[in-house]
Design a protein around this ligand. Structure first.
Ligand code: ZN
Length: 124
């Protein structure tokens, strides 16, 4: 069995801490009204490869539009370290910018044209 990399991540104040296993592949930028503002760099991880270590009680759930995504942000620092996305509701959508030891700008990513969501999910 192939050994997987384990990444550690957190919100800014450190109340929310998590780990995720796997390679940083299939990353996406999304230009929807939410992600453009948040600067989210998406990495979709199976729930079995994600562990919330602390901070469940610190997380609020922001929803908008179709209310099909859950954008969980820290109530102290406001950062969204992960979310449950409309595009991949069976995955945890980790914000690569919240991982330790990662240069997000050095990683290949594609753009998800979230401003035209229905077409973008077909084109993916
Ligand atoms: Zn925080």
């Amino acid at each position: 069995m192939e050994a997987m990399t384990t990444w550690r991540g957190s919100c800014h104040c450190g109340a929310v801490r998590f780990e995720a296993d796997g390679e940083l592949e299939g990353l996406e930028y999304c230009n929807c009204s939410y992600c453009a503002r948040a600067g989210f760099l998406h990495w979709y991880v199976a729930p079995a490869r994600f562990r919330l270590l602390s901070g469940d009680a610190a997380l609020e759930d922001y929803q908008f539009g179709t209310r099909s995504s859950h954008n969980r942000f820290c109530r102290t620092c406001g950062v969204t370290p992960f979310r449950r996305p409309r595009s991949d509701p069976d995955k945890v959508d980790v914000n690569v910018r919240c991982l330790e030891g990662v240069d997000p700008e050095a990683l290949p990513r594609r753009t998800f044209v979230g401003i035209h969501w229905e077409q973008a999910i077909l084109d993916r």
